[in-house]
Design a protein around this ligand. Structure first.
Ligand code: NAD
Length: 303
């Protein structure tokens, strides 16, 4: 049973599932309510549920006596009643690394856009101005980039920033095997030495508002803050203050605390670059996500 797929068709999933000799039933493509999933589960008694955002609740699991796997089309598992599934020996799978290239590209893209004034000058030219001196441009290879969260995506971003010639520092309390050209440092030291701070740490009780007023006060004057992890890791109010007082000359935010609400102060600030939680997305990453989630289903159903 495929539910709430966020794309126009179920071709990729269908091909993988049917090629392996199983049957695919597609529910509604729009994010479905928990009650709808419960009803679909009771109607089809699926062996596998593939879901993007829909809640696969304890009730949906109880209504599916044949269920062997719930496969998430994505990374997080917070929409799935994992405990209820595990109790019945049902597999719960995700695809943790389908968009490492895209998210790290997105972070680097914000850094280049800021250093080279790409968004600023594009706006100027469209508004009929031709003023090369209207922004302060930077040489990336003379800057230090600090990466908070040195996991899959943080490492990919580090490699790309190193290739651009930046010095790279990283902060991650759990990281090991850090390459020799990346300096592992504590949080405050990273903030103090970085011209560009990139947040790649996951949201957890420990990282909620990790970047708050106190952290921003320790950053270099005129620096850039990039967040491509989860909105809650960064305190939006503190960012707005940081931009207003000039500690931050720019921010690149793909995620916000209260998506899709964008505070008016950010909209109004010329240094704020905002994208609507798209860092994961590309034609290639979505196809990879769908194929690999469906392959997990085949793996489990084929024993
Ligand atoms: P990962 O698990 O490989 O790496 C996360 C790293 O953060 C780990 O090394 C972990 O030790 C570290 N970490 C944990 N707590 C920390 C702390 N307090 N300070 C510093 N580091 C800490 O995850 P990943 O695949 O690199 O993804 C990182 C995050 O990116 C995900 O959690 C997700 O929220 C986000 N993400 C966003 C998008 C998007 O579209 N914007 C897409 C995919 C992932």
């Amino acid at each position: 049973l495929l539910t709430d797929y966020a794309w126009p068709d179920d071709k990729v999933e269908r091909e993988v599932i049917e090629r392996a000799g199983f049957m695919l039933v597609s529910g509604p493509a729009e994010p479905s309510s928990s009650a709808e999933i419960d009803a679909l589960a009771a109607e089809h008694r699926p062996d596998a549920i593939l879901t993007c955002w829909a809640q696969v609740s304890e009730r949906a699991i109880a209504a599916s006596p044949n269920l062997k796997i719930v496969a998430r089309l994505g990374v997080g598992l917070d929409n799935i009643a994992v405990d209820a599934a595990t109790e019945r020996g049902i597999w719960v799978t995700n695809v943790p690394d389908y968009c490492v290239a895209e998210v790290s590209d997105h972070a680097v893209g914000f850094a280049i856009a800021w250093a080279r004034g790409l968004i600023h000058f594009d706006r100027e030219v469209r508004d009929g101005r031709w003023d090369p001196a209207s922004a302060n441009l930077r040489r990336l290879s003379e800057l230090t980039c600090g990466i908070i969260g040195f996991g899959r995506i943080g490492r990919a971003t580090a490699a790309k920033m190193l290739a651009l010639g930046c010095r790279v520092a990283a902060h991650d309390p759990y990281a090991s095997n850090v390459p020799a050209d990346v300096e592992l440092t504590d949080f405050d030291a990273l903030l103090a030495k970085s011209d560009i701070v990139i947040v790649h740490a996951p949201l957890s009780p420990a990282t909620r508002h990790l970047i708050n007023k106190d952290a921003i006060s320790k950053m270099r004057r005129g620096s850039l803050l990039i967040n491509v992890s989860r909105g809650g890791v960064v305190d939006t109010g503190a960012v707005i203050e940081g931009l207003a007082c000039g500690i931050l000359s720019g921010v690149g935010l793909d995620v916000l605390e209260d998506e899709p609400h964008v505070p008016a102060e950010l909209i109004a600030h010329p240094g704020a670059m905002i994208t609507p939680h798209v860092a994961f997305s590309s034609d290639a990453s979505l196809i990879e996500l769908r194929r690999r989630a469906a392959e997990e289903v085949v793996r489990v159903l084929s024993g």
